[in-house]
Unconditional design. Structure first.
Length: 169
């Protein structure tokens, strides 16, 4: 789960090591993609170019509330059209969720970083991917051709880790 039953990431799911890993990864990205309810709140957030997946536009439009933002409705335009509108033609893209956004890119990921906090339970929470909990996140990633690499421990005291899932080349 990536959020509780109210679709909010609770404090018990926030770990300093994971936040640092996430922030550093976003600093390396050239473009951020997320749904309208997902967000990132780091000091560099306002400087990041982003595509926000939403149904509030017909196809692609500038975000009137964010000069570095592009609004994209996948039902009305391709991802490539959204990238063009955002002024992005090559580089690293970070997909930061939510579950439907993660699901849209399953067959396009080069690497998906799966963070886990095994001691946190969020009954009735929002799953990280469509298909969870019927299948585990690992089963879903594997079904889309990704293979687990070596996990990094981010918070030893809490068992928090991140595992790269990479597409075989």
């Amino acid at each position: 789960m990536l959020a509780n039953a109210d679709h909010v990431m609770p404090d018990e799911l926030k770990f300093e090591g994971d936040k640092q890993f996430f922030s550093a990864a976003l600093d390396r990205a050239d473009l951020i993609v997320h749904g309208r309810h997902s967000q990132e709140d780091q000091p560099n957030s306002p400087r990041r170019s982003r595509i926000i997946v939403t149904r509030t536009v017909d196809a692609v439009a500038r975000d009137p509330s964010n000069p570095k933002g592009t609004l994209w409705n996948p039902a009305g335009a391709t991802f490539e059209a959204a990238c063009h509108q955002a002024g992005f033609d090559s580089g690293t893209i970070a997909i930061i969720g939510g579950p439907d956004v993660f699901g849209m890119f399953m067959d396009r990921y080069h690497t998906f970083w799966l963070s886990q906090a095994p001691r946190v339970r969020l009954p009735g929470g929002e799953p990280c991917f469509p298909g969870v909990p019927r299948q585990s996140p690992q089963e879903i990633l594997a079904a889309h051709g990704l293979r687990a690499g070596e996990a990094q421990i981010l918070e030893p005291a809490n068992g928090v880790s991140v595992t790269p899932w990479r597409r075989a080349v």
